[in-house]
Design a binder for this molecule. Structure first.
Ligand code: DNO
Length: 383
């Protein structure tokens, strides 16, 4: 696998020369300044590509070319937005950037409730707490009939939390779930937006009639139109699994398990329609065995995210060290070693040492990821 690193563009405080020093071979990035749905021009693509190449690196993967909500819920302007998507894809292909990651999660991209959960050894990790998530859903969003989606045990914990939570803690929870994790990945809400809860509730409205089958139909409609363009321009598209891999907030999620992956690969059975094998996202679902999934889908995998999790009996999960947990990264490396050009990036890392006050995007601090890259590089060399 090619060792790549997610870098957030020219304003990232981690420089490309830093990355050269630690053994990174390829860059994963996006034109983050272009609003979702607008065309990525060849000029804008080439400008960033040249900048990366001037540092002696290559732009290996686009993460992400975002899908507008209206494509996901089949809004009135979806055809126009799909046309724009095709143009961006063609422009990337013309510039020789051939791997494009995206996701098809409605309203909200990846979800965590705690961005700095202190671990026994003193590092801080990302955490998903079911009871705190239920609290957000039932007591903050006040979503209709939300209670039906949680066990009585979880609801009791949420009720107890309601008695003790302070206004500041509520703000932090909202920030973790729908603001700080979303803005920097071109999600729907970014820091500084006024009243994120109201914005979020409005977005949920667009999906009130969309169930799993409908979302699948919209996904297929999208793939049928973009995959021929990907093929023509030599681009591999790779959808990112849903994180976490189960339905949330009344929204369907359709890239969560073996059956889902099988379904979308067959929906448009073309090698340019592929998967981002995110071991972290998949391992957070207790129903998934990531090693089996990798064995089955390696041939349609165009991009790998190496990260691991531990799932607790109450359904909470924490991001684990890259050396342990349900991600079984060593076993995955054994499977993916047969694909020497497959780009792989270290996904997330613990917040540790002098990085703690540096205000990195959650999950994307420097030292934790550098440590993980060293661990992964060691495992790759040994394998
Ligand atoms: C979070 C990321 C996701 C991912 C997108 C891909 O850290 O793994 O935001 O980039 O879902 O489209």
């Amino acid at each position: 696998m090619e060792k790549t690193w997610r870098w957030f563009g020219k304003s990232d405080i981690i420089s490309l020369s830093d990355l050269k020093q630690i053994g990174v071979e390829g860059i994963v990035t996006a034109l983050h300044h272009i609003p979702n749905g607008e065309i990525w021009t060849q000029e804008a693509i080439d400008d960033l590509k040249q900048y990366i190449e001037n540092a002696g690196l290559r732009w290996s993967v686009v993460e992400s070319l975002p899908i507008s909500e209206s494509i996901k819920y089949a809004g009135k302007d979806r055809d126009r937005l799909i046309e724009n998507y095709k143009i961006s894809l063609a422009n990337l292909g013309k510039s020789n950037i051939r791997t494009v990651c995206y996701n098809f999660m409605p309203v909200i991209d990846w979800i965590r409730t705690d961005l700095n959960k202190k671990q026994e050894n003193g590092v801080y990790s990302l955490y998903f707490d079911r009871a705190r998530f239920a609290y957000f859903d039932v007591y903050i969003l006040k979503r209709k009939e939300a209670e039906k989606d949680y066990s009585s045990e979880i609801l009791k914990k949420a009720q107890d939390l309601d008695k003790t939570i302070t206004e500041k803690e509520k703000e932090e929870l909202i920030d973790a779930i729908i603001v700080k994790t979303q803005g920097f990945v071109n999600g729907n809400i970014k820091e500084g937006d006024q009243n994120p809860v109201a914005i979020f509730n409005r977005l949920l409205e667009d999906y009130k009639d969309i169930d799993k089958d409908q979302l699948r139909a919209n996904f297929k409609y999208f793939l049928e139109q973009v995959i021929p363009v990907a093929e023509e321009y030599g681009v591999n598209l790779c959808v990112h699994p849903d994180d976490p891999p189960f339905p949330v907030l009344g929204l369907p999620r359709i890239v969560t398990n073996e059956e889902d992956i099988d379904w979308f690969l067959r929906a448009v059975d073309n090698p340019h329609n592929g998967l981002t094998f995110c071991a972290g996202s998949l391992s957070a679902g207790i129903h998934n065995n990531v090693v089996d999934l990798a064995g089955k889908f390696a041939h349609r995998t165009h991009f790998v995210h190496l990260r691991s999790t531990n799932v607790f009996s109450n359904g909470d999960f924490v991001e684990a060290s890259h050396l342990e947990g349900r991600g079984h990264l060593l076993e995955l490396i054994k499977i993916f070693k047969d694909y020497p050009h497959l780009p792989m990036r270290i996904d997330h890392g613990p917040l540790m040492l002098s990085d703690i006050d540096k205000k990195y995007n959650p999950g994307y601090s420097f030292l934790g990821r550098m440590k993980a890259l060293a661990e992964i590089s060691g495992m790759m060399a040994a394998v």
